[in-house]
Ligand binder design. Structure first.
Ligand SMILES: O=C(CO)[C@H](O)[C@H](O)COP(=O)(O)O
Length: 211
């Protein structure tokens, strides 16, 4: 089980400072969608250059023209690129094809997918690397989480690795770990803490114990 730090509400200098604090405790650093919107793929490039030993995920949430966008993110240094599970199969296939060419990986974000069980099985058959259940900020705000959804994909996904994102905190991490996903994605649960290093260290410790 690995830990991914999601950076959403920072600029590039703040991102570098944050990653420096917690780099010993994380496996993957995510350049979140808002950061890409604000800073472009330059954020991916600068973080990869500053932290070559960490894998970098570009959270582009691709919905179309995936081949081109995966190529651009790869050129910027992304190791993993996200595509939406709600997009067309041919979009996801295009993403996988380009990722294979570039030696990169694809994480499919199942945010807003209603027929999760069926769609996860279909996407698993397309050869993606990760399938991620995700409760976005808007649904987190009304008290939702993805813990049930994680159990669903754990049951039906046979090839891809499983991941979970959305509002995970130190207090809810043990419940997540029990379901044994391959990847746990945490943003505010680390970045919103006074002592970010301590939060990341504690999370890594729990994950190691649970793996
Ligand atoms: O992709 C995202 C929002 O769309 C976030 O990066 C993801 O939800 C993790 O952040 P948090 O733990 O703060 O919810």
């Amino acid at each position: 089980m690995e830990l991914q730090l999601a950076l959403d509400l920072v600029d590039i200098p703040q991102a570098k400072k944050l990653v420096k604090e917690v780099e010993a405790f994380i496996d993957i650093v995510e350049i979140g969608t808002p950061v890409v919107i604000n800073e472009g793929l330059r954020a991916v490039k600068e973080i990869k250059e500053a932290f070559p030993n960490l894998r970098v995920l570009a959270d582009l949430k691709i919905m179309d023209a995936a081949g081109y966008e995966v190529m651009k993110a790869s050129e910027a240094g992304a190791d993993i690129v996200t595509v939406l599970g709600a997009s067309e199969d041919m979009t996801i296939k295009g993403a996988v094809e380009e990722a294979r060419k570039q030696g990169k990986q694809i994480l499919v974000d199942m945010i807003s997918v209603k027929n999760l069980e069926q769609r996860a099985q279909e996407i698993d058959a397309l050869g993606v690397d990760y399938i991620c259940v995700h409760t976005g900020y808007d649904l987190q705000a009304v008290g939702k989480n993805s813990f049930e959804d994680l159990l669903t994909i754990k049951r039906v996904v046979k090839q891809a690795k499983t991941a979970i994102a959305g509002g995970i905190k130190l207090s809810t991490l043990p419940e997540v770990i029990k379901a044994n996903p391959d990847l746990v994605i945490v943003g505010g649960g680390i970045t919103g803490q006074e002592d970010k290093q301590a939060a990341a260290a504690e999370m890594q410790q729990l994950i190691k114990q649970g793996s």
